[in-house]
Design a protein around this ligand. Sequence first.
Ligand SMILES: [Zn+2]
Length: 442
Amino acid sequence: MPKIAREAPLDFKVVNFIRRESRRSDGQGVRKTNISSAMGIAASTASIITSKLCKLGKLSETSDNRIKVNGDYEYYAGISIGSSKVKLTICDYTFEPVTIDSLQAKFSTATFSRFEEILNPLMEQMSFIDADKDRLEFCKESPDNIENINCDLTTICNFICDLYDMQVEEGESNPFSKIKSICCAFAGWVDFFEAKLLKSPNLNITSSCSIDRLYTESVKNRLVERKIQYFIEHNSKTAVVAEKEVGGIWVPSEDSPFKYDNVACAYMGVGVGLGLILQNELYRGNHNLSGQIGHAQMPPHEKSLGDDDLKNTLCKCGKSRCMEMYIRKDVFRQVEDLKSADIEELAALLRGDDTAADKLAYYLGEPLSAVLSMLSINDIVLTGKLSKLVPIIESKLNRIFIDHGIADIKIHTSELGEVAAARGAAICAYFYSHECPVTWNY
Ligand SMILES: [Zn+2]
C-alpha cells in the first residue's frame, strides 16, 4: 500500500519549485534570491539546500548562477488505461518526455541499436502517439477485460525492465537504470490508498481488482528486483496534475492575476471524468473516488425529451440518465463505436450538425456548472478528446456557464490533449515514490 506523508520535506519542495519556475523562464533556471523570496525561506537556507541538491545531482548551477533541475537525475513512467486508449510515456526529472533524438545523441551506434532492439517488441503492440514529435510516448487500443490489461501491462513493464537492464558501451551510462517508478492511471473508480481498481465500466471491470491482479507475478518480480515501484491512480486526477504542472495554463499573466490555485480538468475518452486541484492540492474525496462526473444523472436535452429509446438506455455503469451515456447515444448517435472513432471525424460531425453541438455543450455544461460554481473555480481545462472538440462548442458552453451565473469562468483547451493522463501519471509516480502528497504549496 502506498504511504504518503502529510507534508513534503523542504528539499523536495525546493526541487519542485525550481522545476516549475524554470519552465516559466523557458528552462533558463531560477536565481537563488527568487527561491528564498518566493518560498519564504532565509537566503542562507536556500543556499545551503541548493548546494546540497547540486552535490546530489538533483540540481545544477548554470554559468550565470541560475539553478536548474538536472533532467538526467531520475526517470518515471506514466501509463494511462482510459476508455479508448492505452498510453505510455517516459519522462525525465524535469517531467519532459524522453526523445529519441536525445538518446541518439547520447549513445554510440552499438548502444542505440540495442535500444532499438528493445523497442521492437513494444512497437509490435503499440505505436508512437505522434511520430513527428519523436518522443517515448506510445499508444494502442484499450483492453476490455482483466486478461488483456495483464497483457498490456506485461508488454509495457517488460519494455521498461529491458531498458533498465540495457547494456551500454564503455564510457556511456544508461539513463533508464534510473527509472524509479511507474504509475498506471485507469478510467473508473480507483482507490489509490488501498491500491485497488474498484470498478471500470468502460474497461468491463465490474468488481474490485487489487493492484496485484493487474500485474502478473513475473512482471511484479521483475519490477521488485529492480526496485521500480508501481502505483495506480485515477486518470482524470493524473490529467489535472499534468495540466497544472506542465500544461502551460498556469503562467500568471496581467489579465489573469490568479495563480491557478484552483483548477478543474474534464477529461473525455469514451467516458468523462473530472480532476480537481483545490487550494493547490490534488483533491481526492473519500477513498480517492471524486470526479466521476460522467455518471452524473441529468434529464436529456430538450430535443430528446420524447426519445423513449434513450430513456430506456442504460449507461455502462448500470444506471440510466448518465451524462456520458447521453454523449455516446445522443450526441454521437451515428457513430458506431466512439472508442475507435477518429477524433477529426467527431469534430466534423459536430461542425456539420448544430443540434449535436448544442447537445454536447448541454451534457457537459450543466453538470460542470454545478461543480464549478459550488467550488468557485474559475479555470477549467478540457482535455483528451475534448481538446479537439471544445473549440467547436466553446461559445455554447460559455453561454451555459453564463446562464448559471458564472460569467468569469475561463475555458482552457489543453495543449497536452490525449497525452495528459499518461504525462500526469509519470508526474504522480515521482510524488508517490517520494511518499509525498501531490501539492503545489511550496
Ligand atoms: Zn453511468
